[in-house]
Design a protein around this ligand. Structure first.
Ligand code: SF4
Length: 231
């Protein structure tokens, strides 16, 4: 039995702040949190700031984020005292267009996500021991089996998911009670915010991620895709 097998049952059901503090104690300085400024990410940045945890926080700046996301980035830094580093792709949007044609996200969103998100993330995670994510089990079928601490086979790291057992209502309650800034796009019908070209508002009753890559049969950028056993 590994150390993770032993610690995971103890951490299941613990408040996210307790999980984060354990992760910082166990892995700092080789632990990072990649936030996409979703509601859950704002919760975690706030919790990291409140306890001044030694966790390196960064965001994948694809170059095509919403203006509102860039504004929230600065506001959250000022509010929490947490510096959120920019991790950028090798090529700018213009360079990518020159190499592979304009608006790659329309023709091959998987390739675009690979170049602008997955590869930069992989580089940012090199040399780390653990990374924190803001995923919740009830967001997608792929995330339904996520554990609070697990081994991430894709990146060869320990993956810590402090909010995995929280519901959307839990997240909303924390944000309200603690006055944490969030993207104004959520009040305009967006349920999940990513890159501007690939994000649309949701209609009433739609799955919260239906607005991402609408009509393209894609629900994940590839970062949180889980490795299937025996495949
Ligand atoms: Fe490209 Fe869209 Fe993926 Fe952003 S979300 S990296 S624009 S395909």
């Amino acid at each position: 039995m590994t150390e993770l097998d032993l610690v995971t049952p103890e951490l299941e059901g613990q408040p996210p702040g307790v999980v984060l503090a354990w992760a910082a104690r166990r892995f700092a300085p080789r632990i990072v949190f990649a936030t996409g400024f979703g509601l859950e990410g704002c919760v975690l940045v706030d919790l990291i700031g409140r306890s001044a945890l030694p966790i390196d926080v960064f965001t994948l700046d694809t170059g095509v984020l919403f203006r509102e996301t860039y504004e929230l980035w600065r506001e959250l830094e000022a509010r929490t005292g947490v510096t959120i580093r920019a991790v950028r792709p090798e090529r700018t949007i213009e360079e990518q267009a020159s190499d592979l044609g304009p608006e790659l996200w329309r023709r091959d969103p998987d390739r675009c996500c690979e170049l602008r998100k997955v590869l930069p993330l992989r580089a940012a995670l090199a040399g780390q021991e653990a990374w924190i994510t803001a995923i919740r089990r009830d967001q997608t079928p792929e995330r339904a089996t996520a554990r609070v601490v697990e081994r991430d086979e894709r990146f060869g790291l320990v993956k810590v998911n402090p909010l995995v057992a929280w519901s959307a209502a839990d997240v909303g309650r924390y944000l309200r009670e603690n006055g944490v800034p969030t993207s104004p796009l959520f009040e305009r019908g967006y349920a999940s915010v990513g890159c501007e070209p690939c994000t649309t508002p949701c209609r009433p009753g739609e799955d919260p991620r239906a607005g991402r890559w609408r009509g393209q049969g894609k629900t994940e950028c590839g970062i949180h895709r889980r490795v299937k056993k025996n495949s």
